[in-house]
Design a protein around this ligand. Structure first.
Ligand code: HEC
Length: 233
């Protein structure tokens, strides 16, 4: 089972109700092969190639590579390699993503999703940054440098408060992120069991939809120039 943010879980449920056809789609019996088909293209990957791809990290720390880095080391790397887009304090330059702040804003009209306000696990931050950053030059750094960068990003979000703190493969999984409880286990297999059936309900399945907010109120349209722009305060 995977975890979903509470808000997304609700949206997915709404989507599932809107597209019951999904539940009916079955593989075409004629094209279903008895065993996995062979196409005779490519070759089996080498163990080294698999190791190169297999760099995911789980919330319990499984998959973390051996390494370490401090907030202070991360600060320097961040200034040189990340701040041009994300701002020196993670405030985001121009329209580049904001990495810090926004705490307590998720249920407001203007949610600011950042590592501190939104991300459930420190492992997610390490996994993502190591896979994808710096943007356009992913995986450019050594493992120790990624620990340092992640330590700094967590420091920007007050998750780590000591400049001398050393983040490593032994202590990363123990770090608690502020919004961990904002995520729920994906329980659709059980919670929606009655819905995912052979003959799903196609008519009058849910109570009449109640409109609780309108687009204008939740601010999905571009803001007026003179209005304060989104971001960290
Ligand atoms: C050229 C601009 C650029 C640079 C430099 C850059 N990033 Fe990013 N960063 C992005 C963009 C764009 C995204 C969003 C990518 C997406 O959503 O697919 C992002 C996303 C992120 C996120 C996730 C934000 C969120 O909440 O979704 C983190 C964390 C992050 N970057 C950290 C870093 C770190 C650490 C560095 C330096 C090693 C770095 N970035 C360098 C452009 C940049």
């Amino acid at each position: 089972m995977s975890k979903l943010p509470k808000l997304v879980a609700a949206a997915l449920l709404a989507g599932a109700i809107a597209s019951p056809a999904l539940a009916q789609s079955k593989p075409d019996a004629k094209t279903e092969a008895k065993s996995a088909p062979r196409y005779d293209i490519g070759r089996a990957p080498t163990a080294e190639e698999i190791r190169g791809w297999d760099i995911d990290v789980r919330p319990d720390g499984q998959g973390l590579p051996e390494g370490k880095g401090t907030v202070a080391q991360g600060e320097k790397l961040f200034m040189d390699n990340c701040a041009s887009c994300h701002g020196e304090f993670g405030e985001g330059n121009g329209r580049w993503p904001v990495l810090a702040g926004g705490k307590g804003s998720l249920t407001s009209d203007n949610p600011v999703k950042t590592v501190g306000s939104y991300w459930p696990y420190a492992s997610t931050v390490f996994d993502y940054v190591r896979h994808a950053m710096p943007y356009g030059n992913a995986e450019a750094f050594k493992v120790d440098e990624y620990y340092a960068l992640v330590a700094y990003v967590l420091y920007l979000n007050d998750v780590i408060t000591d400049q001398d703190f050393e983040l490593n493969n032994k202590n990363l999984a123990a770090i608690k992120m502020p919004n961990e409880q904002g995520f729920v286990m994906d329980d659709r297999a059980a919670a929606e069991k009655s819905f995912w059936q052979k003959d799903p309900c196609m008519k009058n399945c849910i109570a009449p939809v109640k409109i609780t907010a309108r687009a204008a109120a939740i601010d999905v349209t571009p803001e007026d120039k003179d209005k304060k722009s989104r971001g960290v305060e």
